[in-house]
Design a protein around this ligand. Structure first.
Ligand SMILES: CC(C)(COP(=O)(O)OP(=O)(O)OC[C@H]1O[C@@H](n2cnc3c(N)ncnc32)[C@H](O)[C@@H]1OP(=O)(O)O)[C@@H](O)C(=O)NCCC(=O)NCCSC(=O)CCCC(=O)O
Ligand SMILES: Cc1cc2nc3c(=O)[nH]c(=O)nc-3n(C[C@H](O)[C@H](O)[C@H](O)COP(=O)(O)OP(=O)(O)OC[C@H]3O[C@@H](n4cnc5c(N)ncnc54)[C@H](O)[C@@H]3O)c2cc1C
Length: 681
């Protein structure tokens, strides 16, 4: 982009960057090849002119917004189906480029998200090979979603009430919603978009309940899209975010499906009604593990969007006058002396000097808000957290693929550890990301509250991850259950799986010997997790294990990556990782005091180094967020665009308000004028 139209603060910021932004872009993408591929996809999709909106989404009604997102989502769907863009998952992190590009197509969430995110993955992982051949074949007319949650139950899956009763005479299942609370509630795309669902229902054979199982259910006619007889389906209405996700409700009235529509890879129901149990009944929960794993990298990306907007804006925005400087030490320093002798002269000098200082203060430009340490404190943790989640998300994805490969060969040994890891990392990353996005919004002051800044929409997307795919507290409690077991094994001298091996060290050494180094902080978090597990105090210890894993994996990976990149980039990466560790050590200093021998001096020195790190990162802040390399069309923000034309864009967007199309709105004549007339009387 030519620098002619770029805000001059941003030009200066980019000039003072000490590392090669391009190099970091390649690192973030997982290699230059991926960057080129991503850019190709972006260029292709973002130049489809039908994907541009005449009116910004947020001015449309609930219905129009849905219709517009289906229109645009269908164009993208078509592109994917035609194979013009092969929708492949980036093998490093489980996220496809197209998934990311979706933010450039629909600002909020597309109604097709669940089709790609859960419906197809469930068929791929839980249907038998023959079923997969049938259902995943080319030309399939299925658009689907994952219908598990009900009005009455979301967390407690054993409490789900939808039933699937086997009728051996007709070789069918009868799907039924026995009461209001058994209605499916929430699935994305369910309301008006999909024609099929994966329905999780209690399996009954000859009066015996075998627990919940997945079924493929057609709910609408392929040609007319009318709900099929026995199906009641609709929209659940507006929400905090996800306005275009088309979340729906669904009820069944003794609705029949063929026997072969139960997904039979893990358990089976034979023609005569014989039930064949799965090797491990938790395999039915497999899609949830998959999605929890991908959420870590998803929120890293959303956080990168929020941080890019807030950091660029903070470099463009100027606010407040600097503190007055101390007067220069001139003859005025001897004021008492002169006052005695030359009161008039000294007063004249005093006024001249004070007047000059006042003038320089008056004419001095306002500082960029990015120069305030408080602002850096709000923003840089968001930047480093995005990197931490991306890196840990990649590691989690590779752990996931290894465990899934083991499971394919019949080895389930590592499933409990993977489940515990996915639960706590999903919980902590989704919550931290929401807090950081909200901080980014605060950091943009009033303008951050504008929809056109896109921060409210990003917040709506991210805060949903705290709830969906396993509510935050519930996920932490699942990990807690695993930790208590691990601690018990450690105290019996049994060997432990790698991510909890630190328990044995704590048991042996008691309290952790504090050091202000990254390794010392990681050890500190492990001691906190082990110490709290020991106390088995569920309300307290749930975050610590995830924090220990995040700090350890982020720091180790950055150490490894640093040896492979140029020295100037290695410095920046280490500063970001160190900031992350210092920030959390300071946030959790109370815990560290409890479970290590950290001193008041250690804490002061951590604090000093933290402030030093803010100052070290400051000159590169804009370069670092530029290296997230998020195109303006995908940022969708008046405050965060590459050119920094913040005020012009705010005004341009405001002018799109339908209220600004006429000088006087009709409501004046209808309501305000009669009011004024009444007031006159
Ligand atoms: C809370 C639990 C885990 C409890 O399950 P439960 O059957 O009552 O379990 P239990 O009998 O107490 O047994 C616990 C046991 O089962 C294990 N386990 C639990 N889940 C898994 C798993 N996924 N993989 C492997 N193992 C799993 C646990 O570790 C326990 O093992 P243990 O007994 O300790 O050996 C479960 O019910 C659950 O996962 N609830 C959360 C529901 C959820 O995540 N729903 C997601 C709906 S889809 C969605 O939100 C999509 C949004 C996407 C979008 O819009 O983008
Ligand atoms: C935007 C969005 C999209 C969604 N998409 C889908 C979808 O596509 N398909 C689908 O099937 N579902 C979907 N869901 C539903 C989602 O998975 C559930 O909302 C989620 O699993 C939480 O369940 P719940 O709503 O029943 O909350 P509840 O379980 O009722 O939680 C309420 C409170 O109770 C607490 N609580 C519950 N159980 C325990 C416990 N055992 N111990 C301690 N505290 C507990 C929780 O911590 C929470 O504070 C979606 C939800 C949202 C918000």
């Amino acid at each position: 982009m030519s620098e002619v139209n770029i805000n001059e603060d941003l030009v200066k910021e980019r000039k003072k960057c000490t590392f090669d932004v391009e190099e970091l872009i390649h690192l973030v993408d997982g290699g230059k090849h991926n960057t080129l591929e991503r850019k190709k996809v972006e260029q292709y999709v973002l130049s489809i002119k039908e994907l541009k909106d005449d009116v910004p989404e947020e001015y449309l009604s609930h219905k129009e917004r849905y219709e517009n997102s289906v229109r645009k989502g269908s164009i993208l769907f078509m592109v994917l189906m035609k194979g013009i863009l092969e929708r492949k998952r980036n093998k490093d992190e489980g996220i496809s480029y197209n998934y990311k590009i979706i933010n450039g197509v629909v600002k909020d969430v597309t109604p097709f998200m669940l089709h790609f995110g859960m419906f197809l993955p469930t068929l791929a992982s839980q249907a038998s090979p023959e079923q997969q051949r049938e259902w995943l074949k080319k030309g399939s007319q299925m658009i689907g979603t994952y219908a598990q949650t009900e009005l009455g139950h979301g967390t407690f899956l054993r409490g789900l009430e939808t039933t699937a009763t086997y009728d051996a005479d007709t070789e069918e299942f009868i799907i039924h919603s026995p009461n209001l609370t058994s209605y499916k509630w929430w699935p994305g795309g369910l309301a008006q978009t999909v024609n099929h669902c994966i329905v999780m229902a209690q399996l009954y054979i000859k009066g015996k309940n075998h627990g919940i199982h997945p079924f493929l259910v057609q709910i609408r006619d392929i040609e007319t899209h009318m709900p099929l007889p026995g199906i009641k389906v609709g929209d659940i209405g507006p929400k905090l975010g996800f306005q275009t996700a088309n979340n729906g409700f669904l009820g069944f009235d003794n609705y029949r499906i063929p026997r072969m529509n139960m997904l039979m890879k893990n358990s089976q129901v034979l023609k005569d009604g014989t039930y064949v149990k799965a090797k491990n009944d938790k395999l039915t929960y497999g899609t949830m593990v998959f999605v929890r794993v991908t959420i870590v990298a998803d929120v890293a990306y959303e956080l990168a969007r929020a941080a890019t907007i807030a950091v660029r804006y903070a470099a463009v925005r100027h606010q407040s006058k600097p503190k007055p400087n101390e007067p220069e030490p001139q003859i005025l320093d001897y004021l008492t002396q002169q006052h005695k002798l030359f009161i008039a002269v000294s007063t004249s000098h005093a006024f001249r000097i004070v007047g000059r200082w006042l003038w320089s203060t008056y004419t001095k430009p306002e500082p960029q808000i990015l120069d305030y340490v408080t602002q850096q404190h709000k923003l840089f943790i968001a930047v480093s957290t995005s990197h931490a989640f991306r890196i840990v998300g990649r590691w989690l994805w590779s752990t996931y693929t290894k465990v899934v490969a083991d499971i394919r060969h019949g080895n389930m040994d590592h499933l409990p550890e993977l489940h515990a890891l996915a639960c706590c990392l999903k919980a902590v990353c989704s919550k931290d990301a929401s807090v950081c996005v909200e901080q980014c919004r605060f950091a943009c002051g009033g303008h951050g509250y504008m929809q056109s800044s896109n921060l409210p929409i990003i917040y709506g997307i991210v805060t949903a991850t705290v709830t969906y795919e396993g509510e935050h507290t519930v996920m932490l409690l699942q990990t807690a259950r695993y930790l208590v077991k691990a601690y018990k094994q450690a105290s019996e001298g049994k060997s432990l799986t790698p991510t909890v091996a630190y328990m044995a060290k704590y048991l042996k050494n008691g309290s952790h010997c504090w050091q202000n180094t990254p390794e010392g902080i990681i050890g500190g978090f492990q001691a906190v997790a082990a110490g709290k597990t020991k106390e088995a105090c569920e309300s307290l210890f749930r975050h610590a294990h995830a924090r220990a894993v995040l700090c350890e994996m982020f720091w180790k990976e950055i150490q490894r990556i640093s040896s492979t990149v140029s020295p100037s980039l290695a410095i920046v990466l280490e500063q970001l990782a160190e900031l992350y560790l210092k920030y959390w050590a300071l946030e959790k200093r109370g815990d560290m005091l409890m479970y290590s021998n950290i001193t008041k001096e250690d804490i002061s020195s951590l604090q000093r180094r933290y402030v030093e790190l803010l100052a070290l990162i400051r000159p590169n802040a804009v370069g670092i967020v530029d290296a997230f390399d998020i195109r303006d069309e995908i940022l969708c923000s008046t405050l965060g665009a590459y050119d920094g034309r913040v005020y012009e864009r705010l005004m341009e967007e405001a002018m799109k308000s339908p209220l600004n199309k006429e000088p006087v709105n009709q409501s004046f004549h209808k309501y305000i004028k009669p009011l004024l007339i009444q007031a006159k009387l």
